[in-house]
Structures are given as structure tokens and as C-alpha cells.
Ligand binder design. Structure first.
Ligand code: GAP
Length: 438
């Protein structure tokens, strides 16, 4: 974990927010490579969940909504965590995180002190904001889940698109929770991004079970297709007493993180909880039948996905890997990100930085590749160092322009994972990479 956190900082994936002022707990900034990784995750999600299907439409609702929404949805009374306070130092922690409490006790024991805790108190996680320029200002909330925007727009969506039940609404956006103990890097933040589908069905037990089962499998497959190792993924069904207030049934997709098995997506059977709380009904356009639809929800965290994709991809090749050119891989760090998630798809190097004819040919190839996919340029240090620098950020292919290139109009393409090198004609390079990347 420490190595991934250090790499994320050193190479520009993730920085602590407002770092020059000492940071702020629970907030993170994504650097030049982090924003690419996150955008790629969101693009892949939208591609598979919206464009590939004809039963799902998109939405981008506002972060701040009329506060009555949160009253109706139950979040003001129920988006809560039990909280305990250390009587010695007055720090507060979630009462359900036994390991965190234990290590806090130990910190005090090591100083010869004996800590004790207050009784748990309920703490609401909604983040308040004050709106308006005159007093009294209006109290509103940063949304605690992106979901409610879908429900309050249900009628708008039905009347403006041609969807009919069963159908889904997809949304990606920021959510905020005033978490008591943010931690494990970006895992538990106070500002984070969610990617969700609310899938509306007829209220029917069998249909509900079938749709729940369908979506849990779809969502698991999405992570597998993007390269998360199968042995590090599992489903975990919620016990009835740990389900969110809106859920009739719930399970998590969990990842085997360095800090334990952790949730990164929830599949929830919300029944008619939300639509009936907002007093919204549906009329079947074919039969005229009126009912309150049920909702099956898939709710993933973009930041948690980015974190787990990084951890999953992190490799250290300790032993030499067979490869020509003395580029033997020993000791290299390589991010084996799925090519669809890699920030750069290729990097172009002129063999020597002081040979204008190499630079000019390499620049031409670089300019051409950038029209097709994000491409990096590097002319610093020796070739081996440049390879390792790209390995560390997960660039699948490196292209070297050497003196032979001037004669045979070919370049060397080196594969990140196998480290194999191949000569490819310059005129074929775009097609060659497109085929490999797909
Ligand atoms: N609309 C349902 C909902 O919000 P949730 O299980 O509370 O359900 C869904 O959250 C997902 O949002 C989680 O699986 C996780 O990936 C992400 N998430 C929730 N709280 C988070 C936090 N404090 N920091 C980062 N991600 C978080």
C-alpha cells in the first residue's frame, strides 16, 4: 500500500488536496495521470452501461438539491454512523471500527496512559452548506449519494425520452459525506465520485430477484474484463441489520485490498422506497396500468475503483525478464493496467536526443499518434530509463526511432508486459497499436 501511495504521488496520479497548506482530511486531488485514469474508468463504464445497451439513458443532476429531497429520502435521519469519543484526547472514531479503536488504545498505552470511550452517539453524514447572500441563509446539503437526482427527475426522463419499464438511468458524479474517520488513502474520503445505475422494474418478487442477480453478475464481469484478478474479488451479502435504510436486499462487490476485503460497489434492491417517498407513480403507456416501480441499483465508487485498479496493477519484476537489448526488467516497477485504463497508450522516444534527423522523424510519429490516442514523449536519459519510467505509469507500448528507422522506415515497438520488441513499419504503426490496444 505504501508503495502504491508513493507512486501515486511521485508520478502525478493523486495528491493530498491543498497540500501546500498542510492538506485537509478526506480530500484528494487527481494529477495529470490520475485524471486520465479516472476519466478512462468513467468512459469505460459509460461505454458498457449506456452506449452498448438500448435500455439505459444518462443524467447529470445538480449536486445541491431542495433540502426536502433529503427529508423525503430519509437521509437526514438515516445516513448516520455511530460515533465514539476518546475521553483522553477527544478524538472521534466510528464505533464499528474495532481495529481503529484498538490501535488508538494502544497509542495511549504506549505513552503509559489508559484510554476510555464515550457511549456511541449517532452522527449524520450529510454535509451542510449555507446558501444566499442575506441572513438568514438557507441550509442545504451537498448530496450524500448521487441517486436522488434520478428519482426526482423520473417524470422528466419518462416524458422526454422513449424509455419504458424496464429501463435504467445512469449517472456519474460527486457525492459528499462528512465521514468521521476518513482513511486508507482515497478509500474513505469526504468528497468522492459515484457511478450508478437505477434500474426500474415492475414490482414483482421474481422480477426483483432476477434483475438483482443479473446486475450483480454484470457489474462483477465489468471489473474482471478490466483486469482485476478474480481471486481478489468476491460478493458479500449484507446482513439484514447492516443494510441501508432504503434497501430490501443488498450485497457488496469487495476487493482484497492490502487493508482487508473492502467494498467498492454496492448492488441494492431499493424496492419502491424512493419513488413512494417522493410520491411518484408510473403509468404503463401500453396497458394504462398504474404502479410504483421497484428499483435495482448498482452503485460504484470511481475513486475506490481507481485505487483498486492501481493496487491490482502494481508489480515489481524482481528477476530479470528475458528481453533483447539488455533491457532485462530486473527491479522494475510496472503498472499492468488494462490498456483501456492506461493514461498513455504509447510513448515515442528518439534514440538520441541530440540528433536532429531522429528528433524530427520521432516528432512526426508522435504528432500523428496523438491524433488517435494519448501519447507520451520522452527524450531524457537512456532508453532503458525511459522504458522503466513508462512501465511505472502503465504505458502499454514504447516506440523507439533509431538510425535504422531513417533507412528502413520502421521503428522498434516494445511491449510493457512481455518486454518483447518488434520492428513495425512507420506507415502501419497506428493500425498495429489500435489492434493491440483493442
Ligand atoms: N446510492 C447508494 C449508495 O450511495 P453506498 O454503498 O453508500 O450506496 C456506494 O455507496 C459506493 O460509493 C461505495 O461502494 C463506494 O465505492 C462509494 N463510496 C461510499 N462512501 C465513500 C467514501 N466515503 N469514500 C469513497 N467512496 C465512497
Amino acid at each position: 500500500m505504501d508503495k502504491v501511495v508513493a507512486l501515486a504521488k511521485r508520478r502525478g496520479f493523486i495528491f493530498p488536496s491543498s497540500e501546500i497548506y498542510g492538506g485537509i482530511t478526506g480530500f484528494w486531488d487527481y494529477g495529470p495521470l490520475g485524471v486520465e485514469l479516472k476519466n478512462n474508468i468513467k468512459r469505460q463504464w459509460w461505454q458498457e452501461m449506456v452506449y452498448r445497451r438500448d435500455d439505459i439513458v444518462g443524467l447529470d443532476a445538480a449536486i445541491i438539491m431542495n433540502p426536502e429531497v433529503w427529508q423525503a429520502s430519509g437521509h437526514l435521519e438515516s445516513l448516520t454512523d455511530p460515533l465514539v469519543e476518546c475521553k483522553l484526547c477527544h478524538q472521534r472514531f466510528r464505533a464499528d471500527q474495532g481495529d481503529v479503536l484498538e490501535s488508538h488504545d494502544e497509542e495511549h498505552r504506549n505513552k503509559g496512559e489508559k484510554s476510555s470511550w464515550t457511549e456511541p452517539r449517532i452522527f449524520n453524514l450529510m454535509t451542510e452548506v449555507l446558501l444566499g447572500s442575506t441572513e438568514p441563509k438557507q441550509t442545504a446539503y451537498l448530496r450524500g449519494e448521487i441517486t436522488q437526482g434520478v428519482f426526482v427527475n423520473f417524470k422528466n426522463i419518462i416524458s422526454t425520452s422513449r424509455v419504458k419499464i424496464p429501463f435504467g438511468v445512469a449517472q456519474i458524479g460527486k457525492a459528499f459525506r462528512n465521514e468521521i474517520t476518513p482513511g486508507n488513502f482515497t478509500f474513505r474520503s469526504r468528497e468522492f465520485e459515484q457511478m450508478e445505475i437505477e434500474y426500474f422494474i415492475k414490482p414483482d418478487e421474481k422480477e426483483g430477484e432476477k434483475t438483482f442477480d443479473y446486475w450483480k453478475k454484470e457489474r462483477m464481469q465489468w471489473y474482471l474484463d478490466l483486469g482485476i484478478k478474480k481471486e481478489n474479488l468476491r460478493f458479500r451479502a449484507h446482513e439484514s441489520d447492516e443494510r441501508a435504510h432504503y434497501a430490501r436486499n443488498a450485497l457488496d462487490i469487495e476487493y482484497n485490498a492490502p487493508f482487508g476485503w473492502k467494498e467498492f460497489e454496492g448492488i441494492h434492491h431499493r424496492g419502491d422506497w424512493d419513488l413512494s417517498r417522493h410520491k411518484i407513480n408510473y403509468q404503463d403507456p401500453d396497458t394504462g396500468e398504474e404502479y410504483t416501480p421497484w428499483v435495482i441499483e448498482t452503485s460504484g465508487g470511481v475513486d475506490r475503483a481507481a485505487l483498486f485498479f492501481l493496487i491490482n496493477a502494481y508489480n515489481e519484476d524482481k528477476d530479470p525478464v528475458k528481453s533483447p537489448n539488455g533491457d532485462n526488467g530486473a527491479g522494475r516497477v510496472v503498472l499492468k493496467l488494462h490498456p483501456k485504463l492506461a493514461p498513455y497508450k504509447a510513448a515515442v522516444f528518439p534514440l538520441l536526443a541530440n540528433k536532429p534527423e531522429l528528433i524530427s522523424l520521432a516528432r512526426k510519429i508522435y504528432d500523428d499518434l496523438r491524433q488517435h490516442f494519448p501519447t507520451a514523449w520522452d527524450d531524457r536519459g537512456n532508453i532503458g530509463k525511459r522504458y522503466y519510467s513508462q512501465d511505472e505509469i502503465g504505458t502499454p507500448y514504447c516506440i523507439t526511432v533509431d538510425f535504422d528507422s531513417l533507412e528502413d522506415k520502421s521503428v522498434t515497438v516494445r511491449d510493457r508486459d512481455s518486454m518483447e520488441q518488434k520492428r513495425v513499419k512507420i506507415e502501419n504503426i497506428v493500425d498495429y497499436l489500435k489492434e493491440k490496444l483493442n
